[in-house]
Design a protein around this ligand. Structure first.
Ligand SMILES: [Zn+2]
Length: 135
């Protein structure tokens, strides 16, 4: 599958910090409760840290107490790409940036959170960059 933003592995390594590269390009997961946006309530838009595409809004962020920023819906359904992930012996759905293919996190459904979609987009803080609406 071709992405709008395509870069070589060397380019990504040069542009991202080692920690960003590990999550975004190697589908790593940052430690729970350690990411900078876990409890953030600032109003604004969360963009892909790798390519800048707008992915999530603070209005769809909710307190899941799972240790990672959680959203119940992406900004646009076309902003993210969902891929079946059977790594680590689990059947999960991976969430990637639709523009550059970078790993963002996973989406879980039917967990009983009181949200309009009953979905939890569990996203690594390090995959995102928040642009505050307050400037
Ligand atoms: Zn991206």
């Amino acid at each position: 599958m071709a992405y709008e933003v395509e870069k070589s592995d060397e380019q990504w390594r040069a542009e991202l910090s080692p920690a960003e590269y590990q999550v975004l390009r190697q589908a790593g997961t940052e430690p729970a409760f350690r990411g900078e946006y876990t409890d953030t309530k600032t109003e604004g838009v969360y963009s892909c840290r790798a390519c800048g595409a707008e992915l999530f809004r603070s209005t769809e962020k909710f307190e899941s107490h799972c240790g990672w920023p959680s959203f119940y819906d992406p900004k646009d359904s076309s902003a993210v790409e969902l891929i079946e992930d059977h790594s680590h012996g689990m059947a999960r759905t991976e969430v990637r940036c639709a523009q550059c293919g970078s790993h963002l996190g996973h989406v879980f459904a039917g967990e009983g959170y009181p949200t309009p979609t009953d979905q939890r987009y569990c996203i690594n803080s390090i995959s995102l960059r928040l642009a505050s609406a307050e400037g």
